[in-house]
Design a protein around this ligand. Sequence first.
Ligand SMILES: *Cc1c(COP(=O)(O)O)cnc(C)c1O
Length: 228
Amino acid sequence: MNNKMEYDVKGHLHQILDTLPQGVRLVAISKYHPQEYIEAAYAEGQRVFGESHEQELRQKHEALPSDIEWHFIGHLQTNKVKYIVPYVSMIESVDSMKLMKEINRQAEKCGRTVNILLELHIAEESTKYGLTPEACRQLLEDGEWREMQHVRICGLMMMASFVDDREQIRREMQTAANLFDELKAKYFANDDAFCERSWGMSDDYQIAVETGSTMVRIGTSIFGPRVY
Ligand SMILES: *Cc1c(COP(=O)(O)O)cnc(C)c1O
């Protein structure tokens, strides 16, 4: 570990962990942060980390301990799927049938079943990726996913709008929570794997916990501001 580390990853990590209720897991979002920061969190027992770029993930995966569970959280191009499928623990950002099919195809090749989340677009910003609630319902109604033996749909992921209005953030997360309940009842009632609600980031994770998040994705509050 790097003694010259200028940022108190350990202290910030424990501040977050101390506030999370049981049943809410932390995905430490390490994108753009150096390996020493990940090692510092790892030394404190953190094992789940999230990255949003395939190349950066690959480099960190190769350099860091093999029991880290890597979550992919960024926009994923189908031609990059083959590079992450052999080792990734969860792909949280699946927003099309085309992408799901490619994950299934590549996972079959390496004899794996890959955990995925369906990424929702509920925020008002037009720049965010994801399925609208209607598109998400349609994707599941189509039923093609039932034939994909190498993809396991574990729940939903979303990002709330980047706004100061806490009530708007709460409404958006509640919309995701309601959709989760609807889909769970309709398609996954007997499937224990469909249980994850991934929402909540540094600025809004308390609201996320209040609206039933099972997985918060926190970067800045643990590792400090990102240097792009
Ligand atoms: C970067 C990122 C996060 C973490 O955001 P912070 O504000 O740094 O906590 C969470 N989710 C996604 C999808 C991200 O891209």
